[in-house]
Design a protein around this ligand. Structure first.
Ligand SMILES: Cc1cc2nc3c(=O)[nH]c(=O)nc-3n(C[C@H](O)[C@H](O)[C@H](O)COP(=O)(O)OP(=O)(O)OC[C@H]3O[C@@H](n4cnc5c(N)ncnc54)[C@H](O)[C@@H]3O)c2cc1C
Length: 430
């Protein structure tokens, strides 16, 4: 693809469109707007083949066409970049687009910031922040975890103090994915240390380019930089960037955390996709290539394929609940626990199927030296396997999500927390 694209218009789909008509509209839109080389690849080999012919830069350059169509978030209101489409129409749109591998950019904006804005933001905030999220013009990150507050997030210490018509934030965040490329972050800060930990927290939208924000990259085991430490040193945040009431940030955070669990569980961003358009299909191809269709491998393949279907069905339940207007519940924790462990097993099988290719690889000539060169040359499957180790930690650890399932699904007694009702200031911290 060369040269800039005309962004085009919103597709003619709205709340009154039926699924068959919507499918026709999408097919016509694909024929007109999706580059011919991607369409040819999709016909040849589906989403995985599209990825092979398309660079990330090309996709980003083309993305405004997708965003302008409204097809990125079909069920969202038109004013925020969607089409107001019904859930049934959204499902048809998704099915029509699937072969072309048109992933949604800005997943943290779409899946973490947007749910909080929908559930607790003002109309002004939604109109200001949601459309640029859809267009991928403003990238978002999540400033929640701190060195002393991960699983026990409510014990966070970053503080926000009133200052005229705004707030001043001071503290440290850590593991902040994409802070180094983000324009905004959703941030939890303590506004009242004299009440129990969950009660004194407020939710803010922080401009990552504001004075006082320092981002220090951290490197993954794959050699890549994805997450960061973030230092907030007297960062001024206007009161118009507060979401929800003062001291009600824990409730607002719930919308972000559920969105995150769903995203990591695959209903938002598709973690399993990391080894190909369809993980079972990709594994099969690897097994055939290496002549590894022995009984043990077959058994592992079928077991993983079956589990992937279960994952899909769990995600469908979550999505159906959301469309029916129910907030994401403990199903997203079930999906998150299952997806994290399943993806690790899938990635491990992919690496096993590579055989010796997973043990050693060459950095191509001129590929440079050091972690960047190592990261760039890692076989796709090995990178996926290493990255998947984080799946049982990010978005809430497996152990913590099992606690949620135990309490809210099985009705087990609540996990004891001696500091639950103690003012945050009096809770011992290391
Ligand atoms: C790849 C990656 C990306 C991330 N991106 C972000 C981001 O963008 N923004 C952000 O804010 N955070 C991010 N995180 C941080 C993530 O949310 C935390 O790592 C996670 O919540 C766990 O917190 P912790 O690392 O402090 O571990 P800890 O909370 O210290 O946990 C240590 C161990 O103790 C176990 N444990 C803790 N409490 C309990 C309990 N009550 N019951 C049973 N077991 C328990 C845990 O399961 C874990 O095994 C990211 C993490 C990873 C790995």
């Amino acid at each position: 693809m060369t040269g800039p694209q005309a962004t085009g218009d919103r597709v003619p789909i709205d709340a009154g469109t039926d699924p068959d008509t919507a499918a026709e509209v999408v097919r016509a839109w694909v024929a007109e707007h999706v580059p011919a080389a991607w369409r040819a690849a999709a016909r040849r080999g589906g989403p995985a083949a599209v990825r092979e012919v398309r660079s990330r830069a090309e996709y980003e350059a083309w993305y405004p066409v997708f965003a302008a169509s409204g097809l990125v978030v079909p069920t969202w209101p038109v004013a925020y970049g969607g089409l107001d489409a019904t859930p049934a129409v959204a499902r048809r749109i998704e099915a029509e687009l699937r072969p072309y591998n048109l992933g949604r950019l800005n997943p943290l904006g779409l899946n973490l910031a947007a749910p909080a804005l929908f559930a607790h933001g003002t109309e002004e905030q939604r109109r200001r922040y949601l459309p640029p999220i859809v267009r991928n013009e403003e990238v978002w990150c999540q400033l929640f975890s701190e060195p002393g507050a991960g699983s026990d997030l409510a014990s966070l210490a970053c503080r926000a103090e009133r200052d005229g018509d705004g707030w001043v934030l001071t503290g440290q965040k850590v593991w902040t994915t994409w802070a180094h490329i983000a324009d905004f972050g959703v941030c939890l800060a303590r506004t009242d240390p004299d009440v129990p930990k969950r009660k004194g927290i407020t939710y803010f939208l922080v401009d990552m380019h504001a004075p006082g924000v320092t981002v220090r990259p951290l490197r993954h085991i794959t050699g890549e930089v994805d997450f960061n430490e973030v230092f907030l040193d007297g960062v001024r945040v206007p009161d118009s960037c507060r979401v929800g009431g003062v001291g009600e940030g824990w409730k607002v955070a719930g919308a972000t955390l559920s969105g995150e669990r769903q995203m990591v569980a695959g209903s938002g961003s598709g973690g399993v996709d990391r080894i190909g358009g369809s993980s079972a299909g990709r594994l099969l191809e690897l097994a055939r290539r290496g002549r590894r269709l022995d009984p043990v491998t077959r058994h592992r393949l079928v077991a993983l394929w079956s589990e992937e279907r279960i994952r899909e069905w769990t995600n469908m339940r979550v999505r159906a609940g959301l469309r029916a207007g129910r907030p994401p519940g403990p199903e997203s924790s079930i999906g998150k626990v299952h997806q994290g462990e399943l993806n690790q097993r899938i990635q491990l099988l992919a690496t096993d199927l590579l055989g010796a290719g997973a043990l050693a690889w060459e950095v191509p000539e001129g590929g440079g030296q050091g972690p960047e060169a190592y990261a760039a040359a890692l076989p796709y499957e090995v990178k996926g396997m290493l990255r998947s180790r984080a799946n049982t930690i990010e978005g809430g650890t497996t152990e913590v999500n099992k606690n949620v399932v135990g309490e809210r699904v099985l009705g087990l007694p609540r996990e004891p927390d001696p500091y639950r009702d103690v003012p945050w200031r009096e809770v011992p911290r290391s």
